[in-house]
Design a binder for this molecule. Structure first.
Ligand SMILES: [Zn+2]
Length: 282
């Protein structure tokens, strides 16, 4: 178990922890020192051989007293992602082993919550069985942020067709908007910018609080530089505003912060510092 937030157990469901792209590619407007700044804040953040930022791809399994909720479904197996060779037609076993290590089977999961509909957050929504994409979690309702589903269903690419459409067609999806409560312990916070309907996830129980950032941030170095635009933020300015609000709230409320792509173990707290923030690893 990664941590306990009141009565809610949080388990890491790690799929991979590999070099992704260089800091210069990922933060193209952050200036020539971006690599040094990241390395100063996060020692070991970049792979010594390739120079690329090491980016975990993981979901979080929340065991509340009432439900099992998977937040984000990683890249998945057999998916068509030619633009990302490491993600293309993967045959990985770590995601499913992590789920088993958390004491869960695919039948046990009640909800799959997609923070947004990008490739590395929806993959295990479905599996390829006998040439057909079928929902991986047969008893789950898949929660899709409304504005993301609206956008990506109209601009449907392969990721949507392989990982979202099959759960919609199976009648297992539900569009959700901000503020939606998933049972008594989990709710969605609007943090648009990375995608139009992007949501972060708030866990509250017995006076304790935690927030799952998803892709509102990609490295804890962004706490010192919330103004950095990430290459894949669809609306950079809106993402900066959402990031500042999320970090401000996390520091004021002393929330545990679970960073979906932060260096492992991806958990800590945020403190306000000057006009920005700093990271306190757990
Ligand atoms: Zn991501």
């Amino acid at each position: 178990m990664l941590c306990r937030i009141g009565d809610v157990e949080v388990w890491r469901i790690l799929e991979s922890n590999d070099p992704f792209k260089t800091p210069e590619e990922l933060f193209p407007e952050a200036g020539p020192d971006v690599r040094d700044i990241i390395q100063a804040h996060v020692p070991g953040a970049c792979c010594a051989q390739s120079g690329k930022l090491i980016l975990p791809v993981q979901g979080f399994l929340l065991k509340t007293p009432d439900h099992l909720i998977l937040v984000d479904a990683c890249v998945g197996n057999d998916k068509t992602v030619p633009s990302m060779p490491e993600w293309h037609q993967r045959k990985g076993t770590r995601f499913m082993s992590s789920l088993a290590a958390a004491g869960a089977t695919v039948d046990d999961v009640n909800y799959v919550l997609c923070t947004h509909l990008h490739t590395d957050h929806i993959g295990w929504n479905t599996q390829l069985i006998d040439g057909r994409w079928v929902p991986t979690f047969p008893n789950a309702t898949y929660m899709l942020p409304e504005a993301d589903d609206e956008f990506f269903s109209k601009h449907a690419g392969t990721a949507y067709e392989e990982s979202v459409l099959p759960v919609v067609e199976a009648g297992q999806s539900e569009r959700v908007s901000t503020g939606h409560m998933l049972g008594d312990y989990v709710s969605l916070i609007a943090t648009p910018g990375h995608t139009p309907g992007y949501v972060s996830v708030l866990i509250k129980s017995s006076g304790a609080e935690a927030v799952i950032t998803g892709d509102a941030l990609h490295t804890t170095a962004q706490l010192a530089h919330p103004e950095w635009h990430f290459k894949y933020d669809m609306d950079g300015a809106q993402a900066v505003a959402s990031r500042r609000t999320l970090l401000g709230e996390a520091s004021e409320r002393n929330q545990r912060v679970l960073g979906s792509h932060f260096q492992l173990p991806s958990i800590g707290r945020v403190r306000a510092k000057g006009d920005a923030f700093e990271w306190d690893a757990d």
